[in-house]
Write a protein that binds this ligand. Structure first.
Ligand code: UT7
Length: 343
């Protein structure tokens, strides 16, 4: 059975920087830089321009990962794209990414399977687990895994929506998961979910059980009420569960590997709130030198946080071959996951 390792990483964030002060000045939101930094650690985030979609952000991240993996696009056997901000309701953004990669044209045409994963902030780790299984089974040699989000289009950028709107940013991260005979790669992955909390953090937009599934006005035009249109979150409940579940799933993964936190060289936590991760660090006695963050610069990019961190850390030299890496995420659903990887 081959091992499955991360052969390449890539990321892309749109160029437009939106600071906390910009939320006040440009959007008129009643907030302050101090409030946001103190509660979340976020100083700025990136917003894509109108006309840029989820697969658009995914493309440069994917190309960077493919290049670093030292393979051609046509060497890919599968695309898995994790997002909660897909370009359309359906089809998923994976097929749009395939098309943008040029895999549907001419002599290069390679109609690989494309799968979209809808597990919000845990989407990357659900996708990594799936890709690892595909590669280890021998069914695939190279699987592209991308997390991509265009949150800015779907944030209530008014004072009404400030609790959620101040947290999220746009960006994409990608990895290639490849087969290897070397003794390295994804060792363990653990995933979980608790649907009892499905409504605690949700963006519903429609209710398919209703007729019509989006209420119509007198002219038969769909009208989405703000509480359906925008993500709703009970922040304190998410915060509490995030800490508990992230600690538990990390311990579960370590136990499966027969290691403790001390054996881990780098912790790559989902970037929802710097305070959540600092709490975890403190609870588990993890030194700052073993943790990477980027929430200060990008906010919460949901499915993209972990692959962006991996791409940045490999390029800055913080993450090197031979290191043992722990990745941990938690998000809407609730869903969560962890992976232990020998880089
Ligand atoms: O990837 C998973 C996704 N999400 C998370 O992990 C988020 C987890 N939760 C959190 O990070 C925190 O709950 C938040 C940062 C979202 C909020 O912090 P909090 O300490 O739980 O604040 P709160 O929601 O209880 O709100 C406290 C006050 C409220 O005012 P009142 O009712 O006490 O007068 C809010 O209206 O802070 C107000 N508030 C704000 N004030 C200024 C909420 N958002 C803002 C804001 N600026 N952006």
């Amino acid at each position: 059975m081959p091992n499955a390792y991360i052969s390449g990483t890539g990321f892309y964030v749109p160029p437009r920087v939106v600071t906390n002060d910009d939320l006040v000045k440009t959007y008129g939101i009643d907030t302050t830089h101090e409030w946001i930094v103190q509660r979340t650690g976020i100083e700025e985030r990136r917003f894509a321009e109108e006309g840029v979609g989820c697969a658009d952000l995914a493309l440069p991240a994917a190309e960077m990962a493919i290049e670093q993996a030292g393979i051609k696009k046509t060497d890919l056997d599968m695309i898995i794209l994790a997002t909660l901000s897909s370009d359309h309701c359906f089809p998923g953004s994976g097929v749009y990414l395939q098309r943008k990669l040029g895999l549907c044209e001419g002599s290069n045409a390679k109609f690989v399977p494309c799968m979209d994963v809808r597990n919000q902030c845990s989407g990357f780790l659900y996708s990594l687990g799936t890709a690892t299984s595909m590669v280890k089974s021998g069914a695939m040699k190279n699987v592209l895994v991308v997390g991509s989000e265009v949150h800015s289009a779907a944030l209530d950028l008014t004072t009404r929506g400030r609790t959620v709107a101040s947290l999220f940013g746009d960006g994409a991260g990608a990895v290639v998961v490849s087969a290897t005979e070397e003794d390295r790669g994804v060792r363990t992955w653990k995933l979980g979910a608790d649907g009892r909390h499905a409504d605690i953090l949700a963006q519903k937009i429609w209710d398919i059980s209703k007729r019509p599934f989006i209420p119509n006005d007198a002219n038969g035009v769909g009208q989405v009420q703000p509480e359906m249109m925008w993500a709703q979150m009970q922040g304190k409940t998410v915060f509490k569960h995030a800490i508990e579940r992230m600690a538990m799933v990390l311990m579960e993964a370590c136990m499966a590997e027969g290691i403790t936190g001390e054996n881990i060289d780098l912790f790559v936590f989902h970037q929802a709130n710097l305070r959540i991760n600092q709490y975890l660090q403190q609870m588990l006695g993890i030194p700052d030198s073993k943790v990477v963050h980027n929430i200060q610069r990008y906010g919460n990019t949901t499915a993209a946080t972990i692959p962006i961190l991996l791409a940045e850390a490999t390029r800055s030299g913080k993450l090197k071959k031979g290191m043992k890496v722990a990745m941990v995420a938690f998000g809407s659903g609730f869903t969560w996951g962890a992976a232990i990887v020998d880089w």
